[in-house]
Design a protein around this ligand. Structure first.
Ligand code: ZN
Length: 620
């Protein structure tokens, strides 16, 4: 018996469903379109009718029929189930009914909690202590009312009792993230106690979570809980997918075609209080890919006004990468030293205004930084500058902008543009398998670090094995999983081998038995994350796209080539490690034990060197 979601998947064609939202064009064995989830000019959104999965090579999103409908309709899994079931002619059992309204129940709870906290801050004598605090921090009454700030009294159960009176169950209150479950059977208690409460809203204004700032009076006795506590991840709240203040800032962001992103919620409130309405907070992290995608709906320009410390610098670096992935223009705001935006706006509003008007493109900011750190007139300085800045240029998606920064770098270090351009590309080029290097061009731009050649080869290996599963037993005895580079490549390689041996090896007609969908389902059952499976889909589509005409024989020889290269890299890595150990032992005083170990290591080193030599003579 299939469960309802598998039943629906087996009856609906992913191409037909997606086509109702996105105009798909046939391209080889797949279908292509411009991605509905990120802004792009060339189509990189791919649907595979054979595998019944989709993947976007621009923004990295992907999945099955359900994940597409959830993403495009902004639905939960259960809601998507309900939407698709009638179309597939599948009747859902009754028990899925209440779950559909759970989201609405949680929103009701959170909105009730926000007004509960707000009333206490504004009207109740128990809120006086928090009222003193906001006065001290100069938060205006307008801001308190507009943003519905509140106070969670130092109580274990007042909110819980209030919500239960309104008809919500203890379980729902826990699911909303407002109560913590004491061990089984015991009573639950308030998550937020003695805290100034900032409601977090989705873009249309619904409260989906809270941040609670512990009042200074309670800081001393606080046991283990931080100064700031956030709602946990719930059905309605995911920290990385929401921008604090966007519900209030969205119109100003659109009007000014600029979003100013700060780290903290206080920074955001203060900015609004002083009339800077296009400010949102990323809430203590760098801008995430989801947050960048949301901003792209309102503007093309983002200015990062982060603290001027190491963490802020890192957040600028990471955040700007996400911005580039969506072709958002990214600006860096340099605040007067040592201040966060909150302080800066309050104490030195002209300094704040000046730093906004002198915000510069993030790339220029990084270029200045690297030029300040190295001497562009010395050969070693030039090399360091190129090494540090070139990878940043490589990550820019927009070609015009990419060329602009290549020119800038070329001028700064007095090295020809053409040379820099080649250096940028040869770092990624495949020598042995030219045909396979096509894969690199379709790589997703959000990958942060530039990937090593071994990692690219490993990815190709996994992709080829997915396409030609009967090569798994041929190759697996020769490639140990530690020779495969890249965490998800290694993981997938290992699982392909395990799955093959378990489910396929003992059957006669092997290719008819290795079903991609079965492997995917099996991984799911093994506790693999959605991210791992998404990576698998990406590889599977990649191989279909580039090698729909490749023969088993070609695949076989390609895999052999990759195997040799990975083996050689592995041998080199091992040789380096062994050489290091030998060096360490040689510096020690002689003893029987040392001499024996040294002997073993020297022999291993010679064996490794011999194998490298043999491999080289085979390939060249
Ligand atoms: Zn996309």
């Amino acid at each position: 018996m299939l469960n309802p979601s598998d039943e629906i998947k087996s009856r609906l064609d992913i191409v037909e469903v997606i086509r109702q939202y996105v105009p798909l064009k046939p391209a080889g064995v797949n279908f292509l379109a411009r991605c509905p989830f990120h802004n792009e000019k060339t189509a990189s959104f791919t649907v595979s009718p054979v595998k019944q999965v989709w993947h976007c090579f621009g923004c990295g999103r992907g999945g099955d029929l359900f994940s597409f409908v959830m993403e495009i309709e902004k639905l939960t899994f259960v809601e998507a189930l309900r939407l698709l079931a009638p179309r597939a002619g599948v009747v859902l059992k009754q028990e899925t009914g209440p779950a559909i309204s759970l989201r609405n129940r949680l929103l009701d709870i959170l909105n009730s909690a926000a007004s509960f906290y707000h009333k206490i801050l504004v009207n109740d004598h128990s809120g006086q202590i928090a009222q003193n605090y906001v006065t001290e921090r100069n938060i205006s009454q307008d801001i308190i009312n507009d943003w519905q700030l509140g106070y969670a009294p130092d109580s274990w159960d007042d909110l819980i009792l209030f919500l239960k009176q309104k008809g919500f169950t203890g379980k729902e209150i826990i699911l909303a993230g407002l109560a913590i479950d004491r061990n089984e059977g015991g009573r639950s208690y308030n998550r937020f106690r003695g805290r100034l409460m900032f409601p977090i809203r989705e873009v249309n204004g619904n409260v989906i979570g809270f941040t609670g700032r512990l009042l200074p009076e309670f800081e001393k006795r606080d046991l283990g809980q931080g100064k700031y506590v956030n709602s946990p991840q719930t059905l309605v709240y995911d920290k990385g997918k929401v921008l604090f203040g966007l519900d209030k800032a969205k119109l100003a962001i659109r009007e000014e075609n600029l979003a100013i992103v700060v780290e903290g919620q206080m920074d955001c409130l203060t900015a609004h209080q002083f009339g800077f309405k296009n400010v949102v907070a990323s809430s203590g992290t760098a801008l995430t890919i989801e947050q960048a995608a949301i901003l792209k709906r309102y503007t093309n320009r983002v200015a990062f006004a982060f603290d001027m410390d190491a963490a802020g610098r890192l957040a600028l670096e990471r955040g700007s990468e996400q911005a580039f992935a969506f072709e958002l223009e990214a600006l860096a705001v340099s605040l007067p030293s040592g201040k966060d935006p909150d302080e800066c706006i309050r104490l030195d509003i002209n300094g704040w205004k000046n730093s906004l008007s002198s915000a510069e493109p993030v790339m220029q900011y990084f270029l200045k930084e690297v030029l300040a750190a190295h001497d562009e007139n010395s050969a070693s300085g030039r090399r360091a500058i190129v090494q540090k800045f070139l990878p940043r240029i490589a990550r820019i998606v927009n070609i015009v902008e990419k060329n602009f920064w290549l020119k800038k770098l070329s001028q700064a270090v007095d090295v020809g543009e053409q040379f820099l351009y080649e250096a940028m590309n040869t770092a990624k080029k495949s020598k042995v398998l030219d045909k396979i290097s096509v894969i690199e061009k379709t790589q997703t731009p959000i990958k942060t670090a530039p990937r090593s050649r071994d990692e690219i080869l490993s990815e190709q290996l996994v992709a080829l094995l997915i396409a030609f599963p009967d090569l798994i037993p041929v190759i697996s005895p020769y490639v140990a999983s530690e020779q495969v580079v890249g965490q998800s490549n290694q993981l997938l390689y290992r699982q392909l081998v395990v799955y093959y041996n378990k489910s396929v090896a003992h059957v006669q007609d092997k290719n008819s038995v290795f079903e991609y969908g079965d492997f995917r389902t099996w991984l799911n059952g093994q506790g693999f994350t959605a991210g791992d499976i998404q990576e698998l889909d990406r590889l599977a589509i990649l191989i279909e796209k580039n090698f729909s005409d490749i023969t088993a024989e070609e695949a076989n020889s390609a895999i052999k080539g990759i195997q040799t290269e990975l083996r050689r890299s592995y041998l080199n890595r091992r040789m380096k490690a062994v050489a290091k150990l030998i060096g360490e032992l040689e510096s020690q005083n002689s003893s029987t034990e040392r001499d024996e170990r040294l002997d073993v290591l020297l022999r291993e080193f010679n064996d490794l060197a011999e194998e490298v030599r043999q491999l080289s003579s085979v390939v060249e």
